[in-house]
Design a binder for this molecule. Sequence first.
Ligand SMILES: O=P(O)(O)OC[C@H]1O[C@](O)(COP(=O)(O)O)[C@@H](O)[C@@H]1O
Ligand SMILES: [Mn+2]
Length: 664
Amino acid sequence: MTAQSNITPESIVGDLRYLQLLSRSFPTIADASTEIINLEAILNLPKGTEHFLTDIHGEYEAFQHVLKNASGAVKRKVNEIFGNTLREAEKKELCTLIYYPEEKLQLVKAREKDLDDWYLITLNQLVKVCQNVSSKYTRSKVRKSLPAEFSYIIQELLHESSIEPNKHAYINVIISTIITTKRADDFIIAMCNLIQRLTIDSLHIVGDIYDRGPGAHIIMDTLCNYHNFDIQWGNHDILWMGAASGNDSCIANVIRMSMRYGNLGTLEDGYGINLLPLATFAMDTYADDPCTIFMPKMNFADAHYNEKTLRLITQMHKAITIIQFKLEAEIIDRRPEFGMENRKLLEKIDFDRGVFVYEGKEYVLRDTNFPTVDPANPYRLTEEERELVEKIHYSFMNSEKLKKHMRCLFTYGGMYLVSNSNLLYHASVPLNEDGSFKRVKIRGKEYWGRRLLDKADQLIRTAYFDEEGEEDKEFAMDYIWYMWCGPEAPLFDKDKMATFERYFVEDKELHKEKKGHYYTLRNREDICDRILEEFGASGPHSHIINGHVPVKTIQGEQPMKANGKLFVIDGGFSKAYQPETGIAGYTLVYHSHGMQLVQHEPFQSRQKAIEEGLDIKSTNFVLEFNSQRMMVKDTDKGKELVTQILDLKKLLVAYRTGLIKEKI
Ligand SMILES: O=P(O)(O)OC[C@H]1O[C@](O)(COP(=O)(O)O)[C@@H](O)[C@@H]1O
Ligand SMILES: [Mn+2]
């Protein structure tokens, strides 16, 4: 018996108002029936491919390349389609063209003697790849992805087979007309972009777009224009959201990290933050100070600076670090409930003897020049520092580009996501040693598990969106900073952030940041099951997907944990972390046949990729294989569609019984 035959007129009386609204979109029996047929058809298509990336940390070139090559899927398809009918070099050429059409076209045109012939062959090849990658989708979905100007032609080419003798001439005429009307370049670019777009149906970013690398703003630009994506906020993203909300400690932290890695591009070129006041202040204050321990980590930076600039960055680095410690103490004092009194460390310096006195032990300081610190009142900002903070604050609050990117983070982001029974979050759900959820007090109320993440999510939004001066907003602004480095924050969940110690103390023992119980307990299947259940994500295909902690592949660590229930996919896009991981990032791919992890080797550069066809080398590991191909009906989207179908069936009953009149 079909669902429709169960629907009686009486059973839909309560739905009539909604059905009236629905009838505006489907005014006749024919319209509603056609839509039901369309939706039923979609349910029986293979599930679209989801890609999961994390911890991109400003590495925009590697990020964009991975999107362009769909983590190796484009190459795989080209191989499948052309097998040994094309030479390896030709397949490589074709792939490079698909990834970087504009640039590759320039190179080809400079070299090619018979361009029309090249166009003809290439267009035919692209049509084949396009036909393959679009076969998973309905015509309507493909149509919606097409650039308006070529929509009709591409549809013709996609749906007509050139093997069919009657159509052979027709297709050739279309292609040769594209060439003779000098539209080939634009057409090729449109086809390549379409292939890229169709190979990744949806993209999940499991946090940490920002910091360390050179171009977080470029990644954000790419994402803002991407067709289907979501973001689970990482601690570094939150730090930027805190900075954009106007929290000066967060502002100081993001500037400090930019200086530490010698990557000023995001601040200066991306968001137009005026660093001149910091530069002049630093030059004056640390004129005779070598600031040795503040030399930026240039071995990982993309930029090249001359000696003078490098010296200036070093001085700025020291200046902002000291300011950060002072500003953070203000929050710690203002919020005793954060319990971070022990993180006020400037007062533990014996300035006369140049030592740091910590938990009864003394440590020689690696730098003893503190011209802006008054030992009697170490956290007081000097007049100049206060002015400087105000200027930088103003710059952050007035960056239009930063506002745009933050909006995107808020609209498409959150603390966690449940998608197709997978639970995605960047770092942790704090746990006690016995595996129970840790109860965390926020403004006198306890939160744990899912509610803790929900509360954090809500506070972060309050910090950014609420009116200036309101108490809730003030608290939320401070809490954002707590999220970055507070011991009970789900995005940190370590005993301390050892920033001071890592700069000023030699002894590595003090650099250690002890991770919360979550990070060891997540190796257990029963714990993961409990967390999944807490978030309503149980089922045979459910997994937890984390980033945040680099997987030390080089030491034999596996990204798959808890008997396959949890994946940690921080493979080290961040160049600074590649020596630790031994690889250059992972992409988790979830398609209709199962889940697979793609492990990337370091990416040289966009230029090399274009000129020498150097793709990222990647290795595939199948993590889970579905014995039955997953269809749209097995996904969250499918569940939505089933509800829509049911509603449309009710509408049909309403039409047929006269409860609602057709609008003919
Ligand atoms: O290596 P860096 O860039 O100095 O950063 C170290 C800091 O980054 C953190 O690991 C947080 O960043 P991640 O989220 O990338 O791990 C802190 O715990 C630590 O103090
Ligand atoms: Mn992180």
